[in-house]
Design a protein around this ligand. Structure first.
Ligand SMILES: NC(=O)c1ccc[n+]([C@@H]2O[C@H](COP(=O)([O-])OP(=O)(O)OC[C@H]3O[C@@H](n4cnc5c(N)ncnc54)[C@H](O)[C@@H]3O)[C@@H](O)[C@H]2O)c1
Ligand SMILES: [Zn+2]
Length: 351
């Protein structure tokens, strides 16, 4: 299946489980990490023909999604004498696509890049939409750019080597989109049989469905609001909390999607206290998360410290925290007028 992302200045296609062969008359830098290269490089190389190919392999892990890695990537690009016509291919999960896109956006003021995502999370979310960047000690994704890929190739076969935890973490971002935009998708997710989802023989088909539904939705959101002025902010549902949790646990305890699952549950508890959603809706989401064995709770040690961390969020303006909450299931809302007392009360439920 092909899904068009209709951006006026940068239209591109996302190919989901379509056969492809890339004939590129340029030098190519292939950004990945040792694990992914070990598993899937040979299979990818069969699909690429180019002038010269340089492999840039960075350390694996969210803790290496930082400016030091970007500098290393750029140095290798200069060493390989890539020019402004060269192409960067990000081959990996969201960490690789976020860093590859960012490096491509600043190398000689910007070269083209393609995403070939290899995690479910990157297929359903990170590889599409052009948000790129890295973390620093102030928080997650605080440095970056909006820079669209020229194309995205999602292949379910690469996902066969992901472990259960990673698959479920990827699903969390899809659950997020369903809650924010489309209750029918939530029904679809509820009906996914957990064993089918994890069964090697059925995986590809269910992945094709999940990825194409998710990409189609994300494409429409990004087309409406590329630079995140409004609608696209809803994709940050759960993330205001998740980023603090990830930062506090130094990116070592939770996968990003797992932190998002906890974040969604925290956001829902705030939405429940505000009367936006009811107990039943709150429970429905919690049950879906639990069905896929995603974590739903995190012990907040210091309420004030957690609260103060909201002010470093990119969505905080003029000291007003923008909370992304479900208004009902399938429809998100942005609230920036929630009292400190109410926020602390909701966070207190996670102490
Ligand atoms: N730009 C965006 O719009 C956007 C959206 C969502 C998430 N993100 C970012 O994405 C990142 C999370 O992405 P992720 O969950 O893919 O994490 P990740 O990139 O760290 O990948 C998870 C793990 O899976 C391994 N891996 C990758 N492909 C594999 C394969 N096919 N088989 C076996 N192992 C494989 C990786 O080496 C890594 O150890 C976060 O940094 C998050 O901020 C960005
Ligand atoms: Zn995310």
């Amino acid at each position: 299946m092909q899904i068009q992302v209709n951006l006026k200045d940068n239209p591109y296609k996302v190919f989901v489980d379509e056969p492809y062969f890339l004939e590129l008359n340029t030098k190519v830098a292939l950004l990945s990490n040792p694990k992914i290269l070990g598993l899937h490089l040979n299979s990818l190389l069969k699909r690429i023909k180019c002038e010269e190919l340089f492999i840039i392999s960075v350390k694996d892990g969210e803790e290496y999604k930082n400016l030091a890695s970007i500098e290393e990537i750029l140095n290798q690009m200069f060493n390989s004498k890539l020019d402004r016509k060269s192409l960067l291919i990000s081959f990996g999960g969201g960490v690789i696509s976020d860093m590859g896109g960012f490096a491509a956006s600043i190398y000689q003021r910007g070269i083209d890049f393609i995403n070939i995502p290899t995690t479910l999370l990157a297929c359903v979310d990170a590889a599409v939409g052009g948000k790129t960047g890295v973390n620093n000690h102030f928080g997650k994704n605080l440095i970056g750019s909006f820079y669209q890929p020229k194309a995205v190739y999602c292949q379910s076969e690469f996902l066969r080597t992901l472990n259960e935890r990673e698959l479920k973490a990827g699903l969390a971002e899809f659950i997020k989109m369903a809650i924010m935009f489309d209750e029918n998708l939530l029904d679809f997710i509820e009906n996914i049989d957990e064993t089918t989802f994890l069964n090697a023989n059925c995986k590809d088909e269910i992945f094709t469905q999940i990825i194409s539904k998710s990409v189609a939705l994300k494409a429409r959101v990004v087309e409406n609001d590329e630079k995140e002025a409004g609608l696209r902010m809803l994709l940050n549902y759960g993330h205001t909390f998740a980023h603090i949790i990830e930062n506090q646990t130094k990116y070592k305890i939770y996968l990003h999607g797992e932190a998002v699952a906890i974040g969604m549950n925290m956001a829902n508890s705030l939405a429940l206290n505000l009367g936006l959603i009811d107990e039943k809706e709150c429970k429905r989401v919690e049950n879906i998360l639990k069905k896929f064995k995603l974590p739903t709770t995190y012990k907040i040690k210091n309420l004030n410290e957690f609260y103060e961390a909201f002010f470093l969020d990119k969505k905080t303006h003029h000291q007003k925290i923008n909370f992304i909450l479900p208004h009902k299931l399938g429809q998100g809302i942005i609230k920036n007028d929630i009292s400190k007392d109410m926020i602390l009360k909701s966070l207190g439920q996670f102490q």
